[in-house]
Design a binder for this molecule. Structure first.
Ligand SMILES: [Zn+2]
Length: 368
């Protein structure tokens, strides 16, 4: 291997695979590994003006097999650029945009000429005070997460992303195949969206406007899109047409669950007394609307007070494996979950809801 064949990997890359490929070569006589910090000293040995890679630009990808949890962690611990002590929102906003694209089945990789205006506008709108809309930075730097790749640029030739260079090369960027495949799962997608909005974008006042802007409104709530609502903002259509029978059936089930629990909240144990009697709400554990598409059955319903209903729907409280009601912040104990012998609950729905809450938990954040 000549020195001119040096391939620069400027972010973490599994060594085993690269070494295996190298060692399969007949012409390999010796191999010297140097730490990344010594790159400059190696680069000096290259013939002057010679490019680092001479073949066609390869995809800059990280072949990392990510589990759903790793995927969530990778987007949760973003290495974000800071401006005046404030972390930049560019990377989380871009990830959210890319998930919005995935949710409407857009191609995995986005050409720069499409990415630039769309993400540029989003950054201008939600980037925050003093931030400039520079989509070339997240386009390039998100590779560090290991779940994002750029295709059509030689990594060794770029020291700093420049919009001008991207304009002429029109590279493509987006989630890696593995990350894209994982994000097809609605539970994983919701976890990642929750992680991004709670960990990185909670300081945006109109969080819901942002989600609406990237077409992810229905992911902010456990209930999903309103089942009895017409198509939501041209994004995801309601699961099915609502019939009179369905409305009646829903009302009957709601009455049933409230009666079984005597209008007592299953999460906090309170009965809300109004002037004309007790008030409680029937809440679906797995929302009926898109993207959750839960069943309209008693085992998918809870009897809740309005406060707990709002928190449950917002992924702020959940029921843990031991039937303890907890708040996502610090997994704080709130109460024992109340069950009724005649009200069988599908624990799969509770588990799914709990999984989607996992990422909204605040954990120590050194980069914040
Ligand atoms: Zn309650």
């Amino acid at each position: 291997m000549a020195l001119a064949d040096v391939q620069v990997l400027d972010s973490p890359y599994p060594a085993a695979e690269a070494l295996r490929q190298l060692c399969n070569r007949d012409d390999l006589r010796s191999l010297t590994l140097v730490p990344a910090e010594q790159y400059e000293s190696v680069a000096n040995l290259l013939p002057t003006g010679q490019r680092l890679a001479t073949r066609a630009a390869p995809a800059v990808r990280h072949k990392i097999d990510v589990s759903a949890t790793e995927l969530v962690q990778r987007v949760t611990v973003l290495r974000r650029h800071h401006l005046d002590g404030k972390p930049s929102r560019h990377q989380p906003l871009t990830l959210l945009w890319a998930i919005g694209q995935l949710a409407v089945d857009a191609p995995r990789l986005h050409p720069w000429h499409v990415f630039k205006p769309q993400v540029g506008e989003l950054l201008a709108e939600f980037g925050g005070e003093g931030s400039s809309a520079t989509p070339e930075f997240p386009f390039w730097h998100l590779r560090r997460t290991g779940v994002w790749e750029v295709d059509g640029l030689e990594p060794g030739t770029i020291s700093k992303p420049r919009a001008g260079l991207f304009d002429s090369a029109d590279p493509r960027a987006g989630f890696t195949e593995e990350a894209y495949r994982r994000l097809r799962d609605v539970t994983v997608r919701t976890r990642v969206i929750n992680a991004l909005r709670v960990r990185h974008l909670a300081d945006i006042e109109n969080n819901h406007l942002l989600l609406e802007r990237v077409g992810l409104t229905d992911y902010a709530k456990a209930s999903g899109a309103g089942k009895f609502r017409a198509e939501s903002a041209g994004q995801l259509p309601a699961r099915q047409q609502t019939t009179r029978q369905e409305v009646d059936r829903c009302a009957t089930l709601a009455k049933q669950v409230k009666a079984l629990h005597d209008n007592t909240c299953q999460l906090c144990g309170k009965q809300l007394m109004l002037a004309d009697g007790f008030h409680s709400e029937a809440a679906h554990i797995r929302g009926l609307g898109q993207p959750h598409c839960g069943p309209d059955v008693l085992s998918n319903l809870l009897c809740l007070c309005p406060n707990c209903h709002a928190q449950f729907d917002n992924f702020a409280v959940y029921v843990d494996e031991d039937d303890v009601v907890r708040h996502v912040l610090g997994r704080k104990y709130l109460a024992e979950f109340r069950r009724h012998p005649e009200h069988e609950i599908d624990d799969d729905h509770l588990r799914r809801h709990r999984e989607m809450c996992e990422t909204t938990e605040a954990v120590p954040d050194s980069d914040r």
